[in-house]
Structures are given as structure tokens and as C-alpha cells.
Ligand binder design. Sequence first.
Ligand SMILES: CC(C)[C@H](C(=O)O)[C@@H](O)C(=O)O
Length: 212
Amino acid sequence: MSNKIVLLPGDGIGNEVIYAAKDVLEAISEKYNTEFEFSSYDIGGIALENHGVPLPDETIQACKNADAVLLGAVGDPKWENHPSDLRPERGLLGIRKALDLYANLRPVKGFPKLLHASPLKEEVILGSDLLIVRELTGGLYFGQPSERRDNGNAVVDTLSYTKKEIERIVDKAFQSAQLRNKHLTSVDKANVLESSKLWREIVEEKNQNILM
Ligand SMILES: CC(C)[C@H](C(=O)O)[C@@H](O)C(=O)O
């Protein structure tokens, strides 16, 4: 059976990393007799150049029909002064929403042979092994209103979450911790922010259920 893989290289270093990942998948395909069918679509700045929008419908459709999507990177200083709905970043935010990709799992690991390439001190990165779990489809990036006011002299962004949105990312974080060393740290500002109060309540409630 062939697995449909959609490649979204995007901009900048995106091409380099995505085609390196494709080489790896091709090697896997040969060694393990697995078939991959690759197709590439535009997102971000390259999509703005080729289609006038950062996330063309055909890209969304292809991703919805795929078994997996590999995304490189979006963004380039040349789009910096464009209106916010015509910036490369909108492509990334849009695909996260369209596919409901709420869980961002970002591993941090110090590989001894690559320590010299890290901007962090070697003694800090050596032995590091964390997984950062970040919510991606709610919160500050999507809350409305988000606008300039008073002739540009004031701004507002809105941080809004539903309980369900927080619960599913917290579940994902607990599940990930169970597969690792069972340690979970929740980062919030519950002494000030309403959103953080609800966030902490949910984390504590789920922690109690796990302990019971
Ligand atoms: C490009 C941008 C919208 C994006 C984000 O802030 O989520 C990126 O910086 C990231 O962290 O994946």
C-alpha cells in the first residue's frame, strides 16, 4: 500500500530540510519495502508569489487527502510590511486551523556531536531532553478582536480559550509525559491572568485523576 505524503517546503530553509527528509523517507522506502507517494504544494511566501494568497485551497485539499504532511518553514523579510492577512505566517496559522492541528510537540535534545553548533552553552544543552507541548489553534493568535485602535495609537489582542481546547492539549501533555519520565511542568501566569487560572485548574484536576 502506498502512503501519500504531501510536502510543504514553504520558504527559506524549508526546501533544504524538507528535501533532506524526503531523502530519508526514500531510503526507508527501499530498505523496508514501503511505498511513499510524494507531492509538493505551496504555502507561505512562495504561495503568495504563485497564487496571491498564503494558503491556496488546493494546498488545504491535498493535506486533507494525505496520510502525512511535512512542513518546512514560512516567512521572509520581504513580506514584513504586508497587511497581516497577506503575510506568509497566515499560511501556517491557516493550515493549523484547517487540519485542527492543536498539539505542537517540540523536542529539545542535546546530540553530543552537534553541541558546538548550538547557541546555548554546552553544559546547559548536554544531556537535555525535553518535550515542549504548545497549544496551536486557540489563544492569543486567534482571539478576536485583534486590531489597532485610536488611529494606530493603541492595540488590542485577545487571549481566549474554551475549556475543551485546554483539556485536549493538557491530555496530550499528560500522555506524552507518561511515555517519557512521567514529569510534567505546566507554564502559566495564574496569579494574574484569567486564562491561566482556568488552565491551572484543568491541569490540577487532570493530575488528581491520574494520581487516583
Ligand atoms: C510563523 C509563526 C506563525 C509560527 C508561530 O509563532 O507559531 C512559528 O514561529 C512557530 O513557532 O512555529
